[in-house]
Write a protein that binds this ligand. Sequence first.
Ligand SMILES: [Zn+2]
Length: 260
Amino acid sequence: MPEGDTVWRTARALDRALSGQALTATDFRVPELATVDLSGETVVETLARGKHLLTRIGDAHTLHTHLKMEGAWRIQRPGLPWRRPAHQARVVLTTPAAIAVGFSLGIVELLPRDREDDAVGHLGPDLLGPDWNDHEAVRRLLATPDRPIGEALLDQRNLAGIGNLYKSELCFTSGVHPAGPVGSVPDLLRMVRRAKAMLEANKERAEQTTTGDLRPGRRTWVYRRERETCRRCQTPIAVEMHGEAGRERASYWCPSCQPR
Ligand SMILES: [Zn+2]
């Protein structure tokens, strides 16, 4: 699942490619929007709010999209073959200079401009947004002190932008077990500031690293390293599914560095 930094880069790419351009064609390949045609409208801007994308079109419309698990926006010159199978396309926005295709998007909806809060009003402080506020993020996390920290970090109502990679990496770098309660984290403010630093450090590049090492196989402390050993203490990395029923996600941790 794309994390907040990946969504931020996607928003910037869409913004650079489309803003100020008049749409020559639009194609919404979801049943609710099948008859909508926004050609002739001008794209105002695209911005990220947590892991949500808002593309403002004309005076009245905002296209709200979310990558969820498999989604991606791809931008290319008109006339070139698409980079994913056409049946995965959910939105096609065409301008004279570029085509933006949203593939396998988890959410595609068109909102009135003044209803954007319906899509993103529930979000906590955005790690890469203008509203970032580390103390407010801590306050929201501490509202449920008994909740597992891994689960609370993924809840976008607490702070927006963390996915499964950063969840596991933050728990490791803070020395806490992902299933341990929020209230037991020794320095929550330091943890959320570290989250901000991790996303900021990675938002400009395609490869994410939390170790500072960009070489393949060396980019994470614990994430997807369940067949390997801890970089600090050589204990085999553990993996388990955690989270609310039906929404479980894999957690990776070092049983020595992050005792339960
Ligand atoms: Zn360890």
